[in-house]
Ligand binder design. Structure first.
Ligand SMILES: C[S@@+](CC[C@H](N)C(=O)[O-])C[C@H]1O[C@@H](n2cnc3c(N)ncnc32)[C@H](O)[C@@H]1O
Length: 200
């Protein structure tokens, strides 16, 4: 039963959609020809989409388990992302080396949230940015989302509120924190946060 539901969830059109990335690209500045570190590859559709939208960026994507990547379904941009199997709490990337860290529908299931934020801050260049897109902990769908995730995916899942994200981001040293939600249509249960590592 659980395996069937997990498969149905994985096949949902939303799991292959780039719309969370579209909203981010429309509302926040991305380093179009810089290095972007994607945390939480998942099925790979998101990072493949990003590589098509930002053909000049160098994209690195990291996940603990590359077993979920749907290699045969992925269509990359001209520059294929670099896939790294590793733990986000211990990112095997040099300090001060990437222009942006982004996490789309990933942060809610990660362990040690303070440690993940500290690692994201460490690998960013001064003046670099972080983008998080995730379920809004204040939306009515946050609790049902947590129940389903706890049952099917991970007991760690927590839908963070904007205040919780702001505390984690500022605690790690990020500044100029901005949050946005969709006002008109679709994905009203999500929010997007953007913040910067201060320039030296
Ligand atoms: C929901 S998926 C990410 C979805 C993807 N970002 C997208 O846009 O479609 C969450 C991913 O986080 C990964 N993950 C969970 N804990 C992790 C950890 N400690 N280190 C690295 N990846 C982790 C899981 O393996 C899973 O693939």
């Amino acid at each position: 039963m659980k395996a069937f539901l997990r498969k149905a969830l994985d096949s949902a059109p939303m799991m292959k959609s780039g719309s969370a990335y579209d909203f981010a690209l429309e509302h926040f500045p991305f380093p179009e020809s810089g290095t972007i570190l994607d945390l939480g590859t998942g099925n790979g559709h998101g990072v493949a989409y990003l590589s098509r939208r930002l053909p000049e960026a160098s994209i690195v994507t990291l996940d603990l388990n590359m077993g979920c990547v749907r290699w045969s379904e992925l269509e990359f941009g001209p520059s294929r992302p670099f896939f790294v199997q590793a733990d986000v709490t211990n990112i095997p990337i040099a300090s001060g080396s990437v222009d942006m860290v982004e996490m789309v529908m990933t942060f809610h299931c990660l362990p040690k949230p303070e440690r993940v934020m500290a690692e994201a801050f460490r690998v960013l260049k001064p003046g670099g940015s972080i983008l998080i897109a995730d379920v809004d902990g204040r939306h009515w769908m946050a609790k049902p989302f947590e129940w389903v995730e706890h049952w099917l995916v991970s007991p760690l899942t927590h839908a963070y509120t904007e205040d919780e994200f702001r505390a984690l981001l500022s605690g790690a040293g990020f500044r100029n924190i901005r949050a946005r939600r969709r006002e008109k249509s679709g994905m009203k249960f999500m929010m997007w946060l953007f913040a910067e590592k201060p320039a030296d």
